[in-house]
Design a protein around this ligand. Structure first.
Ligand code: HAM
Length: 425
């Protein structure tokens, strides 16, 4: 229900005014250019998804947050809270025809009815990169390297953020060695995921209904600080130890030593992850995750496809925006125009239009005045960094058959005859 006569956006949804859009576009353009420079192909789908698919394939926490509705024919639909179930359904539908492994990316607007905290809204844009059909850790190495390249292109240094990696299979092996029955592992993953996000650990454990040995294991797990600690407990030959060591080596080869760390507390809240999982945070860790992802081995089969392993991540626009804004790394204004054109009287509008048309056809970005204005007004409108050059036409220019193009950065001026605009010249 609307709260009154002033129409604000619905709670948690965002408007982007032009200066905010300029900052937003820096993020979106970086995501796109990094995806393409790493050889990912773009895909997309509708924001509206079948509720049933999302209910069955999204994580338990996300399901509670779905914006669902019925269409006029009684179909149960929803605004997607994430892209992964949609990706799985799209790949399953054409699996035979797609060359594996595939590397796909998208920038998806997602909706979750979340409690609003710093870095969380009810609508966000999420960059997804997924590799499907590659069982080796090269897939994890590729998406993590790409995401670090994006953070670096956005202006962050390797010590500004940390990618914390773990493996759910490793956590399961540790839980087994601590005597926690496999029946409790899924609940343990949820508890471990929420552990750092809650102020009331006791209540969280209470609600989870875990046996005492499992409750004890929560602390024992947190005490395991390094991969060597874990290897001592479950053996160096354990498969998850081997794959994490291999991944860390590949990431080191890509020069990411400073940004990557093993962290036993990372398990991720989504049910479909089966192997290596990872999360990116700002180094001070005073914000929620910048991005998160992992390996999902069973999702394709679960949506009717052939078994195929996938690895991917989701990276939202909200936390990174706040982080970049804190570090003054976002522009505060719309992009600078090549030329702004204004005119004193309606008589000069035709020639102004001709100049704009010629310059636009030559590839320049041009703002053409919509009505006559005084020179002072024009220059104060376009002079404060909005345009690099300006042309202001008055009756004298018309009489002389030439116009002056002023460089607003160094204040120099060039005179150009109108004849230069003629296509036959
Ligand atoms: P997720 O951890 O639920 O994973 O979300 C990924 C990222 O999306 C988060 O780290 C955060 O940047 C952003 N995000 C999520 N919810 C919100 C929100 N309410 N407000 C602002 N930003 C948000 C997934 O969604 C997985 N589907 C990612 C994935 C792709 N795994 C494999 N492929």
């Amino acid at each position: 229900m609307s709260s009154g006569s002033s129409f604000s956006p619905p709670r948690g949804m965002r408007d982007f005014y032009p200066e905010e859009m300029a900052a937003q576009n820096v993020i979106l353009r970086t995501w796109r250019s990094v995806s393409e420079s790493f050889g990912f192909e773009e895909y997309d789908a509708c924001i509206v998804e079948n509720l049933d698919l999302l209910k069955r394939k999204s994580g338990e926490d996300i399901v509670k947050q779905i914006y669902a509705f019925e269409d006029k024919s009684g179909r149960e639909l929803a605004l997607r809270p994430e892209m992964t179930p949609t990706l799985a359904r799209m790949i399953a539908a054409r699996q035979g025809a797609l060359a594996m492994p595939l590397k796909w990316y998208t920038i998806a607007q997602c909706f979750r009815y979340e409690r609003m905290t710093r870095g969380r809204r009810r609508e966000h844009y999420q960059w997804n990169m997924d590799i499907v059909g590659e069982p080796s850790v090269s897939a994890e190495a590729e998406v993590i390297t790409a995401v670090c390249a994006a953070l670096s292109r956005l202006g962050l240094s390797p010590t500004d953020f940390v990618v914390r990696i773990n493996d759910r299979a490793l956590v399961a092996a540790v839980l087994a060695s601590l005597g926690v029955d496999a029946a409790y592992h899924a609940t343990m993953f949820l508890v471990l995921d929420k552990r750092d996000k809650t102020d009331d650990l006791a209540a969280l454990l209470d609600n989870a209904n875990l046996p005492p040995d499992a409750v004890q294991a929560v602390d024992q797990l947190a005490a395991l600080r390094s991969l060597d600690d874990v290897a001592r407990l479950i053996g160096e030959d354990a498969a998850p130890i081997q794959s994490l060591r291999e991944l860390i080596k590949l990431l080191e080869l890509s020069g990411l030593t400073k940004s990557v760390a093993f962290d036993m507390s990372v398990v991720r809240g989504l049910d479909y992850y089966t192997g290596i999982v990872f999360e990116g945070n700002d180094a001070k860790a005073d914000m929620r995750a910048i991005f998160g992802g992992g390996r999902y081995d069973n999702l394709l089969k679960a949506v009717g496809g052939k078994p195929a392993s996938g690895v991917g991540l989701g990276f939202g626009d909200v936390v990174i925006h706040d982080l970049l804004a804190d570090k003054n790394l976002l522009p505060g204004a719309a992009p600078v125009l090549d030329v702004a054109i204004g005119y004193m009287g309606i008589e000069q509008r035709s020639i102004a239009t001709g100049i704009a048309s010629t310059m636009r056809a030559a590839g320049s970005s041009v703002d053409l005045g919509l009505h006559p204005e005084k020179a002072k007004q024009f220059f104060s409108r376009v002079g404060n960094g909005r345009a690099r050059q300006a042309i202001f036409l008055g009756p004298d220019d018309l009489a002389a058959g030439e116009y002056r193009i002023k460089n607003l950065e160094d204040r120099t001026e060039k005179v150009v005859p109108f004849s230069a605009l003629s296509p036959s010249d």
